[in-house]
Design a protein around this ligand. Sequence first.
Ligand code: AMP
Length: 470
Amino acid sequence: MAFYNRTTNRAIGRGKTKKKVEKRKYRRKVFQSIRGMRDILPSDCVYYDYILQQAKKIFNFYGFKRMEPPILERLELFTKGVGVNTEIVEKEMYTLKTKDEGEILALRPEYTAGIARAYVENGMSNLVQPVKLYSFGPVFRHEKPQAGRFRQFYQLNLEAIGEGDPVIDVEVILAAKAFLESLGLKSSQLRLKINSIGCSICRPGYIKALKKYYSKHLKEICTLCQERLKTNPLRLLDCKNEKCQPFKEEAPFSLDYLCPDCREHFKKVLEVLDSLDVPYALDKTLVRGLDYYTKTVFEFFAVEEYKNEEGIIQEKKTLAVAGGGRYDDLIKIFGGSEKPAVGVAFGVERLISVLKQKEKKIISPQPLVFLVQIGDTAQRKALSILEEFRHENIALAENLGKSSLRAQLQNADKLNVHYALILGQKEVIDGMIILRDMRSGVQELIPLTSVISVIKKYLRQDATSSHSKK
Ligand code: AMP
């Protein structure tokens, strides 16, 4: 059998060449990131940092404290908490078996179950309630990767545990909204959709009605929905398949089946939102995918806008950026006392795409001074000069591994620094250093002992002049 080069279509020799091709294929497969998982490069890390920084600012202000549960938990935590028949647990978990004890562990597909476990395990019910917590980190779901959908993605998660009053639902919604607005999203670019899916008392009646209705249309709905009817009927209302849309519209809705307690709860949530002028849309098909939800469920969408030919702002598409709701039974399921709770999770990559769409450039502070060193003596001295600057909280850019003046100045140029400090053997012996203004090219020789104070003075002058220009 002959082998052919794919680009030239020429026959290639067997043996060695085949081996080479195989090796290349192997390398390409092994030394490549896993499908749905990406490297977060420095140019994107600044967005993650920015989002966390805004989250800290806003959520601390709303009384939330940061806590981070481990990424790995026992699989059972998610089967019991999120639900065996949910898509996340049934199809999307990354699991592993430990070598020593043979325990089945799972990479967290979401935060709430881990936080609820931590609340019980760490006796947080003895603290002032509700315990308000936020977290920021990666979660893992073996979904089909597509635009805005990854297998490893970051969530920013908010929970308020230990209080059942409907005002807490609103408080979480308000904190979420304030955070989204702090990223530059205007009220008009945000949509809040809300619904109530009832509790363990009234939901069975609703599910029964839903099953009865869909059973009549079994042959007309998509195969996934036929499956959902058996395993997770609430998800029937989530279906995006064209075929199922007419049935969704006619389906029974949870709001008509709420018990008096759930009805009263939801009424108060909406009343408080109204009294605060928080816009929302009732969405009777909003059910959320996880079993632990009770009563209020909600989602935030970001609206992408564009100007049409007449310059009028139009809506392009909406992107789900956060989802949440109440989970009043989860703490009890995990062995705690009756502690109602509510939370929300933001999709960080979705927030980043919104920031990028808005052309919000997140720039991390760059050094404005570059230290050039030429020769061994200067290289050694440069290290101690760098430390002295760091003690004064001034970051210097450098290229300590390079020795050519030209190469280092080229790098300084690329980094757009304002000043280069140039140190050669002669300067070290004389206790001097050359200060070059990179914008004008003007150079001066200054004593090493005063270099920090001179740089400080120049940077101050630059800051004042750029400020007055603004
Ligand atoms: P969920 O935990 O499914 O309620 O998701 C909360 C938020 O996380 C959603 O509103 C999305 O913004 C984001 N999200 C969910 N799944 C993914 C995914 N596979 N990739 C990226 N972001 C996601």
